[in-house]
Ligand binder design. Sequence first.
Ligand SMILES: Cc1cc2nc3c(=O)[nH]c(=O)nc-3n(C[C@H](O)[C@H](O)[C@H](O)COP(=O)(O)OP(=O)(O)OC[C@H]3O[C@@H](n4cnc5c(N)ncnc54)[C@H](O)[C@@H]3O)c2cc1C
Length: 562
Amino acid sequence: MLKITQFFETDVLVVGGGIAGLMAGIAARDQGADVIIAEKADTRRSGSGATGNDHFLCYIPEKHGDDPRLVLHEIADSMLGSNMDADIAMRFLNESFNVVKSWHEWGINMRLHDDWTFMGHAFPGRPRIFLKYDGHNQKAVLTREAKKRGARLLNHHPVLELIKDENGVAGALALDVSSPEPAFTLIRAKTVILATGSGNRLYPSTSTPGMLFNTGFCPGCTAAALALSWRIGARLVNMEIPFRHAGPRYFTRCGKATWIGMYRYPDGKPLGPFVTKATRELGDITGDVWNTSFTDLMCNGRGPAYMDCTQDAPEDLAFMREGMASEGLTSLIDYMDANSIDPGKHVVEFGQFEPFLIGRGVEIDINGQSTIPGLYAAGDVMGNFRADMGGAAVMGWISGKEVAAACANRSLISAERAESDAWLNERLAYYGSFYERKQGAGWKDANMALQQIMNDYAAVGPHRVRSGSLLSAGLEYLRQLREQAVAQLSTPCSHTLMRATEVLDLMDCGEAVIRAAMERKESRGLHQRADFTFTNPLLNNKFLEIWREDGAVRMNWRSKRQ
Ligand SMILES: Cc1cc2nc3c(=O)[nH]c(=O)nc-3n(C[C@H](O)[C@H](O)[C@H](O)COP(=O)(O)OP(=O)(O)OC[C@H]3O[C@@H](n4cnc5c(N)ncnc54)[C@H](O)[C@@H]3O)c2cc1C
């Protein structure tokens, strides 16, 4: 049987060393707490912010005026606004400028042309809320800052399970994948912050269904935080409301606001009414507002939809290219260069990417705490607030400060108690069995089968529908798939074992999505029901919570906090 070979204890365990996780670790260390950051890959280059980003949602009083509600209002109208509790958003806004200033001090250039410059994702005549910055070095800088403060970085350690006692969360079980031979690591902690990023690979890659890893966001982020929380009974929220991003078709890369161009029909007519010429300041917000346009045009035959930068001035094209490097789109630049694709001369076809989990997930309070005491969540895993990069940085920072304070009132589980925990020992045997099984099914088979089920039975719009009968069938197929996966998965090394655990996490998320979708008996956004084709006004401003309790799945509708 695979054994636990490493034992750690800490005040704060951060799960995931992306933007939110590193910021949480930095803030907790600044408050004097002992911190371990367990990261699946390597914090220097991991997660969706691995190679850079260039838009940071924030509130800067000298630019926006004294009332942060002005920015709140813009968030509500943006592609980020649907799942937002306003009290969390206000706390985020009020702390955001301090984080921006810290990043600038640490060496991430937040001041383009020596000023706080807001650009992109913007409507004409309305306040702009995305700070344009150069994030190409953000992961290296944040890793350095975390290390400088004495946070312990545990790279190549995906966390597989949380443990809890009567006081709430008590630590975690991680897999050491630093060598081909897997081993377990047990971390006892007073508090845990989940920051594992978005949930990808639940649905097939839209552009290239055969390629599991050609996804809009980081394909190594597989909603672990949601699955870990689900298994110990924390509440998830908004799971049934799907989201899809868009960008260059086939070459799946997010970052569409970095493009300074107009969305057009093939005959050159603009898709949207917002601008007649794309500028650095505004771009063309049509792609955010009419998120389904790229698919609609394929289905109604009027497409494809193109991103057209051919009318940009040379200096705007050069600025856009710099922005792409800040945004981490260097592989796209290399590809365009290698194939003589010049956005100044050639239009680029855009498409909608696969559904993924972001801004639907762990339900948190204003401090970032989940419904389990001592368990916090920050970044893309949050279910009731979403602000992507800015959200990860600022909410990571807030949760780090909060856990450090909370540690004063929390005690560490004893080693004996943790090691004899029945749940922990069951999970050790469970994960170990995949490695010990010498022949069986591979993780990719399980992942593709899961994607097939989600795509066919919990379909995401536009032009695809869900229904009670389809969702019920999907739930049953998912149950069968899980049973077969557990009985058949064989993972000959630490890497494949890690991949298999990702797929099992995604199955838990798939179950939560399907069950919540069954409960939402209406059509809203990309959740389209063939049997309830209308939007129910009684569900406006309502969030659906879902969690496991005493072996059963429970749900509750609650009001969104205004
Ligand atoms: C190309 C691209 C461009 C983007 N541009 C922008 C932009 O300009 N502005 C903006 O606001 N947003 C942008 N985003 C989104 C932004 O990058 C994310 O919102 C942000 O990185 C989220 O931070 P996070 O810390 O929540 O997750 P991530 O930064 O994705 O970090 C999650 C971390 O958790 C680790 N992990 C996962 N599972 C486990 C596990 N089980 N155990 C341990 N570790 C685990 C991962 O390896 C990863 O390091 C962009 C995304 C992409 C892909």
